[in-house]
Design a protein around this ligand. Structure first.
Ligand SMILES: Nc1ncnc2c1ncn2[C@@H]1O[C@H](COP(=O)(O)OP(=O)(O)OP(=O)(O)O)[C@@H](O)[C@H]1O
Ligand SMILES: Nc1nc2c(ncn2[C@@H]2O[C@H](COP(=O)(O)O)[C@@H](O)[C@H]2O)c(=O)[nH]1
Length: 195
């Protein structure tokens, strides 16, 4: 088992669905050369989602078997589906790169914080309810999915102040810039500003 080093960092993007976590996380991950830990999930893929890239899509039975084997570091149920991340995936990424990122709901972010303490930096992204709803509709999500996501909006927003950092996301470029600057202090990669 990999023993975490002092400087290892686990970056968790959290906040309501549609706040732009994935868009920002991908850009920031690319800048810092960080990879995403891909969750296992029991729901079916949505149009455009790729197995092994967006999620590892598995059956309920396969998920329960992995759970029995103690593979999951955290495992939660959201809207009737099971979501989990494997300890080994976090550890391998840290071993190879010293940092890693995840996109989780607040429950998952809190579990990681409890386990890894100061190594976890929770970045909370948000926008108002109407904006996230509109974004999800424009992204082609079905009304069922949008409703399920919006049911969690107030709960997720209630956790804004307990995260290490919070960012309003209306201007994607600006949000990405602010988060990159924030993370630079933790990851100390000495990025050169080419603008
Ligand atoms: N600042 C922004 N301005 C306009 N559109 C945005 C902005 N940020 C993200 N989007 C768009 O909003 C949609 C949702 O963004 P994204 O998937 O990154 O969010 P998310 O929080 O990961 O939500 P989900 O869990 O639904 O994937 C995407 O279509 C994305 O292109
Ligand atoms: N706690 C966890 N939350 C996760 C995980 N993987 C994804 N998520 C979050 O769940 C909701 C719903 O996702 P959707 O793709 O089905 O709409 C969203 O907020 C994700 O960020 C996980 O492993 N653990």
């Amino acid at each position: 088992m990999y023993e975490l080093k002092d400087r290892d960092k686990i970056i968790v993007f959290t906040g309501p669905d549609g706040s732009g976590r994935k868009s920002v996380a991908e850009a920031v991950g690319h800048t810092f050369g960080m990879d995403k830990v891909i969750s296992f999930v029991t729901r079916n893929p949505r149009p455009g989602e790729v197995n092994g890239q967006d999620y590892h899509f598995i059956t309920h039975e396969a998920y329960r078997e992995m759970e029995r084997q103690g593979e999951f570091l955290e495992s939660v149920e959201i809207s009737g589906h099971l979501y989990g991340i494997r300890s080994v995936d976090i550890e391998n990424n840290l071993y190879q790169k010293g940092s890693v990122y995840l996109i989780l709901n607040y429950e998952g972010a809190s579990i990681l914080k409890k386990i890894y303490g100061d190594k976890v930096i929770r970045l909370f992204l948000y926008a108002d309810r109407r904006t996230v709803e509109e974004r999800e509709r424009n992204a082609g999500l079905t009304e069922d999915v949008i409703t399920a996501h919006l049911n969690y909006y107030d709960l997720e927003m209630g956790n804004r102040t307990t995260c290490e950092h919070a960012f309003e996301n209306y201007d994607l470029g600006q949000t990405t810039y602010e988060i990159t600057n924030t993370l630079e202090a933790y990851l100390q990669r000495d990025l050169v500003d080419k603008d």
